[in-house]
Design a protein around this ligand. Structure first.
Ligand code: GLU
Length: 438
């Protein structure tokens, strides 16, 4: 069974790039009839906050990405401790005593010689006596994972064949001197224990993956399949501060529907066109990492706003009813939705329907025409009033086109533009229409 996971650290709000990763994990699981897990990466108690955990859940719910299970790293420290002990006993994790300043100095020396900043493994050469002496001096070790100096390869669903040389990588630090965990090892333990089959994340994790491949092997676990996506950038081509701060609150505040966010993020950076698709199954059915490009995906808020408009025009009443004015019904929604950029704007048109409307200023000729219109409106059949009214008025006054329609629209709605009058007039109804025309 396909199992994916979205693994945010609850140290802030999810931004558009995180939401995209969450969506793709969800879509991949749905496409393959699998499970989508939410894993809260809260190993860092100083930076993790419960309010962000709640916000993550709320944001995913707003997008309709319901996890099939939720895990928390903070509940699994015993398990990490056990695996850690095994890997220490097996010599795959070793203590190192260098201070950050010492490491920095060594990196500078290497850089000065034109060499890559790879950790020299000095700690591996320490004897028991050396370690005892350093601990006697008050040094506590941090812990590194000893990489095999061998090729590391995997077939990435987005990037294709990947190859790293273990000898050119530093043994990664997996645990700090204060005992706290870095992200690398707990993530591998969880992915193995939770039978995660596919890890979908940003390409900023590619070199982590190289080291994690060996951690899976050291645990005797089969690594999952990886999909490292090109990052999301702003329309100006960079991962801007602004993009990093755009989250659900912003989009909701701007009147963007979850369906628009989903439709855009599902296709951005792929070879499939971004379209106002409101049916998720369509998006799921066409979702395929083979269609993802290697170039950064460009996120443009204006594109999202346009997509939103096209999506609002399609949304059925049931999907929006809860956010509309209480007495606004399906007929009213159908009449106005084609004129909206945002669902929230429906309330403005509903006020136009229910009135009162600000009467427009008319010249004498139009006033006479509207008096005729009021009289005609009393006698027509109100089953299809707009066609009946304009048909009768055309015959009686000889007016046509704008001269016929505009004064009527202005008198009936107070506005020069708006939804189709044939749909609007029945909502306004006979009594209000007569008052407005008079
Ligand atoms: N907590 C990690 C992050 O947010 C998870 C990365 C991963 O998906 O493995 O970067």
């Amino acid at each position: 069974m396909t199992v994916t996971r979205f693994a945010p650290s609850p140290t802030g709000h999810l931004h558009i790039g995180n939401l995209r990763t969450a969506l793709h994990n969800w879509m991949y699981a749905k496409r393959h009839g699998g499970r989508f897990l939410l894993r809260i990466d809260d190993t860092d108690p100083a930076r993790s906050e419960e309010r962000f955990v709640d916000a993550i859940r709320t944001d995913l719910a707003w997008l309709g990405l319901v996890p099939d299970g939720e895990e928390r790293q903070s509940a699994r420290f015993d398990r990490y401790e056990a695996v850690f002990a095994e890997l220490v006993a097996a010599g795959r994790i070793y203590p190192a005593y260098e201070t950050p300043e010492e490491l920095d100095l060594r990196r500078k020396v290497l850089a000065g010689r034109g060499l890559p900043p790879v950790y020299d493994r000095a700690a591996l050469a320490l004897t028991d006596a050396d370690r005892a002496r350093m601990e006697g001096e008050g040094r506590t070790p941090h812990w590194r994972f000893r990489l095999d100096h061998a090729p590391i390869e995997w077939d990435d669903m987005v990037r294709g064949a990947q190859r790293f040389d273990g000898a050119l990588l530093s043994d990664p630090v997996v645990r700090r001197a204060d005992g706290s965990w870095l992200y690398l090892l707990p993530s591998v333990i969880d992915d193995a224990d939770m039978a995660v089959t596919h890890v979908v994340r940003g390409e900023d994790h590619v070199s982590n993956t190289a080291t994690q491949m060996q951690m899976f092997a050291a645990m005797g676990a089969t690594p999952p399949t990886f999909a490292h996506e090109a990052l999301l950038v702003g329309s100006e081509g960079k991962l801007s501060k602004r993009l990093g701060s755009l989250g659900i609150d912003h989009f909701r505040g701007a009147g963007i529907e979850p369906e628009a966010v989903v439709a855009l993020l599902a296709r951005l950076g792929t070879s499939d066109p971004v379209e106002p698709v409101t049916d998720r199954q369509t998006l799921i059915d066409t979702f395929d990492f083979a269609r993802f490009g290697r170039a950064p995906a460009r996120f443009d808020e204006a594109e999202l706003a346009q997509l939103n408009t096209r999506i609002v025009h399609q949304l059925p009443f049931e999907r929006v009813a809860a956010t509309l004015p209480a007495d606004m019904d399906a007929a009213a929604w159908d009449a106005v939705r084609g004129n909206l950029d945002r669902v929230g704007d429906a309330a403005d048109w509903w006020r136009v329907v229910t009135g009162p409307v600000e009467p427009a200023a008319f010249d004498a000729e139009d006033r006479a025409f509207l008096t005729t219109a009021a009289r005609v409106a009393r006698s027509i059949d109100w089953d299809a009033p707009w066609a009946a009214l304009t048909g009768a008025l055309k015959a009686e006054t000889g007016r046509k086109g704008k001269a016929l329609f505009l004064p009527l629209r202005l008198a009936l709605t107070g506005r020069a533009h708006g939804p189709d009058m044939a749909a609007l007039l029945p909502l306004i109804g006979r009594e209000r229409a007569l008052t407005r025309l008079e």
